[in-house]
Design a protein around this ligand. Structure first.
Ligand code: KIV
Ligand code: NA
Length: 266
């Protein structure tokens, strides 16, 4: 069976079908999500926080995204793999964006790329799309701008900010994006954007009326340490489960109950 493509994504919106998206950063986890039928996997620059131990997504490099995206592609058969363009890999302009996106397509084998910005990234989106590279845009809270935002506040509150968000959504669509992520946007505004676009919206902290929903997988599965944002629903408690497994293994080793006779060779 073939991979999901951006044409399947467009058809889903026409049929009014919703779809889930998760992040993935390695082949093994990606294969679990692929087998579970998640149609779109994002090799997000959130790997900076949850996988590489950085404080934000800002330090993530093209080398890091490319290596992990290649692993996710190798671990999957059916999902559309979207690779994030990290901070600094497309802000210089369309030509830099094309160089970065081309590298992800050729070296990692992703089927699409994602970048942050609507109006401000329209020229980049347009050149990539003209070059045959499907682009997912990302507006609202754009974490690569954390230093400008001074944190991770909800976006699009107030009339002026709401109008800007709708302009960003429209600009992404007009530039040729096949979908647009709405992050940390009031639910009513996200619903309005979703109704006004013919491309699907992918919500994260943006209410139930988006066409699709995305979560960072380590948040979704309860592996993240400490507090998770209010919009996250945890579908498992992997941090607890994995910690218990590690403690049980340690106890067995210290108490000489592992390896047992059936684990030994003679
Ligand atoms: O990097 C990421 O995980 C993302 C999603 C939160 C949309 O950009
Ligand atoms: Na991201």
């Amino acid at each position: 069976s073939r991979r999901i493509t951006v044409r399947d994504i467009a058809a889903a919106k026409e049929r009014g079908e919703k779809w889930p998206m998760l992040t993935a950063y390695d082949a093994m986890t990606a294969s679990v999500f692929d087998e579970a039928g998640i149609p779109v996997l994002l090799v997000g620059d959130s790997m900076g926080n949850c996988h590489l131990g950085y404080e934000s997504t800002v330090p993530v490099t093209m080398d890091e995204i490319t290596i992990l995206a290649a692993a996710v592609v190798r671990g999957t058969k059916r999902a559309l793999i979207v690779g994030d363009l990290p901070f600094g890999a497309y802000q210089e302009g369309p030509v830099q964006a094309l160089r970065s996106a081309t590298r992800l397509i050729k070296e990692a084998g992703v089927g699409a790329v994602k970048l942050e910005g609507g109006e401000r990234s329209a020229d980049q989106i347009e050149l990539l799309v003209r070059s045959g590279i499907p682009v997912m845009a990302h507006i609202g809270l754009t974490p690569q701008s954390v230093n400008a935002f001074g944190g991770y506040p909800v976006q699009g509150r107030g009339e002026e900010a709401a109008q800007q968000l709708l302009r960003d959504a429209k600009a992404a669509q007009d530039a040729g994006a096949f979908a647009v992520v709405l992050e940390l946007v009031p639910a009513e505004l996200a619903a309005e954007a979703t109704r006004s676009l013919h491309i699907p919206t992918v919500g994260i902290g943006a209410g139930v009326e988006c066409d699709a929903q995305v979560l960072v997988w380590t948040d979704m599965a309860g592996l993240t340490s400490g507090r998770v944002p209010r919009f996250v629903k945890q579908y498992a408690q992997l941090r607890e489960t994995l910690g218990e497994a590690a403690r049980a293994f340690a106890d067995d080793v210290i108490g000489s109950t592992y390896p047992a006779p059936e684990h030994a060779f003679h």
